[in-house]
Design a protein around this ligand. Structure first.
Ligand code: BT5
Length: 320
């Protein structure tokens, strides 16, 4: 998007403003302002001409400019109706030196989970990848994954869902097995996942791509077994506002990494649960006690405490 268009959007966010004022403020001609207003209209903004000047009566329902409109976070949004994987596109942008940009898509044809697993990404979901250049040491970079999960869980809770976080990166909605015998995994149905990819040296992180996959306005029938969506839990949400909330929380947390772990603990469904973590070096079973300040899980195995840094987490029924 052109800088002028973004500047006009920011100026209009505070109410009606005249073409002359806009032209003066942005140091462009009135004709250039008018051209940008026409472009906004063609992209779905309802811009009215009132006595005081231009007024945005309504933003488009969804899209890049729609999400940027009124967004209280310093991100640019690149929107695609369809893309293979927002993480792949975000990596390209990161390698090209960009930062604070979000790649957002309505559907993905090659969405990826961890370990190259497929991630189902039908139309109506929120498939987003955020390019960040944090000042964190690499060992603390996993905190961003936790921050992503907190941001998604909080936005889902604001939308009315009882969203909780399963270590390390799943946002789930608890559901008792008795109520729903099709629930495959004890510990809830998966609403969202986070895929973090990064590049750096031993002592510094060059960039992080934080991929967020959230089943928003999607039917449960279009998702794998064990998954759920906001539509199934609380009905369709305003995706524009939902994405804004996620990005705003993320921006707050990346500026305050020390707050991440406490926020994560408050939302966790894993702490206190009996879990099995399948790590690259084999399974670890026990009671999940805590997370460290780098996001690792501390487990009481019965033979002492151990700390796991990666793996798939399964919640077990007590006594198994
Ligand atoms: C994750 O992997 O949970 C990370 C998912 C990240 C997806 C986002 S979407 C935007 C960005 N662009 C991408 O290409 N990816 C990111 P993992 O923990 O490995 O879970 C993957 C497993 O979840 C799969 O093997 C399925 O069992 C299950 N799964 C697949 N699609 C799902 C969905 N839409 N909802 C819930 N579970 C799903």
């Amino acid at each position: 998007m052109s800088d002028t268009r973004r500047a006009i959007l920011d100026a209009l966010a505070d109410g009606p403003v005249s073409g002359t004022t806009l032209a003066d403020r942005l140091d462009v001609t009135r004709a250039a302002v008018w051209k940008q207003i026409e472009t906004l209209r063609s992209e779905g903004f309802v811009v009215e001409s009132v006595d005081e000047g231009y007024l945005v009566a309504e933003p488009p329902a969804y899209g890049g400019l729609a999400v940027e409109w009124g967004l209280d976070a310093p991100f640019r949004v690149e929107y695609h109706d369809e893309i293979a994987s927002t993480n792949d596109r975000a990596r390209e942008l990161a390698r090209a030196g960009e930062t604070d940009v979000v790649v957002l898509a309505d559907r993905q044809t090659g969405g990826r989970g961890r370990l190259d697993r497929a991630w189902d990404s039908p139309s109506g979901g929120v498939w987003a990848s955020v390019v960040l250049r944090p000042t964190l040491p690499p060992a603390r970079a996993p905190l961003l994954t936790l921050a992503g999960a907190v941001a998604v869980a909080d936005a889902a809770r604001e939308a009315g869902a009882d969203a909780r976080i399963k270590w390390p990166n799943d946002v789930v909605i608890p559901e008792s097995q008795a109520d729903d015998p099709t629930t495959e995994r004890y510990g809830g149905r998966k609403l969202a996942g986070v895929l973090t990819e990064m590049q750096g040296e031993a002592d510094s992180v060059a960039w992080v791509v934080l991929g967020l996959g959230i089943n928003a306005d999607v039917a449960r029938a279009d998702l794998p077994a064990g998954a759920t969506s906001l539509r199934a839990a609380v009905g369709d949400v305003d995706r524009r506002v939902f994405v804004q909330r996620v990005l705003e929380t993320l921006a707050d947390l990346r500026d305050d990494p020390d707050a991440v772990v406490d926020r994560w603990r408050e939302r966790s469904i894993t702490l206190g649960a009996r879990v099995r973590i399948d790590t690259a070096r084999g399974p670890v079973t026990g009671e999940a006690l805590d997370v460290t300040d780098t996001g690792a899980l501390v487990i009481d195995t019965g033979d002492g405490r151990t700390t796991v840094h990666e793996g798939d987490c399964e919640h077990l029924r007590s006594g198994t």
